[in-house]
Design a protein around this ligand. Structure first.
Ligand code: GLN
Length: 498
């Protein structure tokens, strides 16, 4: 199947490399071919360094020939442009970081390299990961591979789009309030938001430090488990990373779900949920039941406060984190400043986009004296209530099933005029980050128009083994992952079912 190696999963490609059925150079060549053919339309990559990727591939092939092994040896991975890669730009899709070249590797990037992975390119995103559609990138639009008139989701929309379009085998994203799971759901791939502290944040450009996590975006659940195993674990450079052993997540996989108890929160099946999405998720729940899972009703009563709580805490933290972009230390600097104040204000006014400015202003407001208690302090208390809801729920079940998003991917431009409309789409993903727990998005069907729908599997802190087990058994039985937006040969987005 030379010429089609880009359509493989990581584990399929690894198996071929191991038995000498293909080389890493061939793998990279096929991916570069798909990128050349499609990325002009999709716009998922901000940069692909063809020469460098081939050089890394040649080195991996040579290392393999010498007997080296590694979990990801010779396997290309795409990286969201919010993660620092030594010697490469890291723009966070912002004008303010244009021209900035990173002097170090994020820990997750260093761990990929140590496992032998090839860094294929940097993917587009919403500026500083603020957004749900990738329309807030300062550089380019990314289109949904299933329908180019639709958004890919965000903020890790580039990573999701390149995985779905077979322009990458797998990618890394970051998730502060849904930015891995929501674009995975919109593009029909798998996305995992790890437990807070499971993966090091060192070298992840900070948006909201108490919520941010890096995680895998892949074509199937096995690949998510593999990538997580490589990137997870204690890192002395991130004091919030947890000192817990990293299990072999695949060893928990089973073909059925016997002995597993799954909770359904009634608060996630309410008005505003699209009927096609609801139907697909209900069918997924029935399939899990057939696979042997016991289903129980649970309550997460503070869910309705989650959006407000998230947008107060996330913007407050963002306003502090983004104070460092002042024209002195990083990237863009306004021309001919009169004095330091002029330098700061014009650099920030010219360097940040509208959504980032909106959040900085909002965050500064909720932290300002006189408003702090009414907004920020109150949001922190509600965050505790949301966390307690999940604690209580996980006394009764092993994992929770919900939709990832209230609707499938919307039209480009549909929600940009009304930020609140866009924020409301995060209703099912932000509680996970507020509670610090883990969540997995797995494809669970398609709308009548052929747009992917996602099932969310939530687990308690360090519950990755059980959510991956549930996701694996469901995916295997349901088989949605076999459908592709692009036929091999590159005919363009498929119109009908294969
Ligand atoms: N869509 C959410 C927001 O705009 C989440 C973003 C994220 O997870 N980085 O804040």
């Amino acid at each position: 199947m030379a010429g089609d190696l880009n359509t493989l999963t990581l584990h399929e490609a690894e198996e071929r490399l191991a038995r000498g059925a293909c080389s890493s150079v061939e793998l990279v060549q096929d991916l570069l071919g798909a990128i050349r053919e499609r990325d002009g339309l999709i716009g998922g990559y901000l940069a692909v360094n063809e020469e460098d990727a081939l050089k890394q591939a040649r080195a991996a092939d040579a290392a393999r020939a010498r007997g080296r092994r590694g979990a990801l040896l010779g396997l290309p991975v795409a990286i969201k442009d919010v993660l620092n890669i030594r010697g490469e730009p890291c723009t966070c899709a912002s004008r303010i970081l244009r021209g900035y070249v990173s002097s170090y590797d994020a820990t997750v990037v260093a761990r990929l390299r140590a496992a032998g992975a090839i860094l294929l390119g940097r993917t587009n995103m919403d500026e500083f990961a603020m957004g749900s559609s990738t329309e807030h990138s300062a550089y380019q639009l990314t289109r949904n591979p299933w329908n180019p008139d639709r958004v890919p989701g965000g903020s890790s929309g580039g990573s999701a789009a390149v995985v779905a379009a077979d322009e990458a085998l797998a990618a890394l994203g970051s998730d502060t309030g849904g930015s891995i799971r929501q674009p995975a759901a919109f593009c029909g791939c798998v996305g995992l938001k790890p437990t807070y502290g499971r993966v090091s944040r060192y070298g992840l450009t900070a948006f909201a430090s108490s919520l941010d996590q890096v995680g895998p975006m892949t074509k199937d659940v096995r690949d998510a488990a593999r990538l997580l195993k490589v990137i997870a674990g204690r890192d002395p450079m991130d004091s919030t990373s947890l000192d817990e052993p990293v299990p072999d997540y695949e060893s928990f996989f089973a073909e059925d779900l016997s002995g597993v108890c799954l909770g359904l929160p009634q608060e996630y099946f309410v008005g505003g949920l699209d009927t096609e999405v609801e139907k697909a998720v209900q069918e997924a729940i029935r399939l899990c039941e057939k696979l042997g899972a016991r289903i129980v009703e649970i309550r997460l009563p503070h869910t309705r406060y989650a959006i407000a709580t998230y947008y107060i805490i996330a913007t407050a933290e963002a306003s502090a984190n983004l104070a460092r972009f002042d024209g002195v230390r990083y990237g863009y600097r306004a021309a001919d400043p009169r004095d330091p104040m002029d330098l700061y204000t014009r650099t920030r006014a010219e360097g940040f986009g509208a959504e980032v400015k909106r959040r900085i202003i909002f965050g500064a407001y909720v932290l300002s004296s006189g408003y702090y208690d009414a907004y920020y302090a109150c949001a922190q208390k509600v965050r505790t209530l949301i966390r307690r809801d999940f604690h209580a729920a996980f006394e009764r079940c092993d994992a929770i099933l919900t939709p990832v998003t209230p609707t499938a991917a919307y039209r480009i431009g549909e929600k940009t005029a009304n930020p609140l409309q866009m924020y409301l789409g995060d209703v099912f993903t932000v509680p996970t980050n507020l509670a610090g727990i883990c969540g997995l998005a797995v494809p669970c069907g398609f709308t009548g128009e052929g747009l992917p729908i996602g099932l969310q599997v939530l687990g308690p802190a360090m519950g990755e083994p059980q959510i991956l087990r549930v996701g694996y058994a469901y995916e295997r039985a349901a088989g949605w992952g076999r459908r592709k937006p692009w036929r091999s040969g590159g005919a363009g987005p498929a119109k009908e079912a294969p």
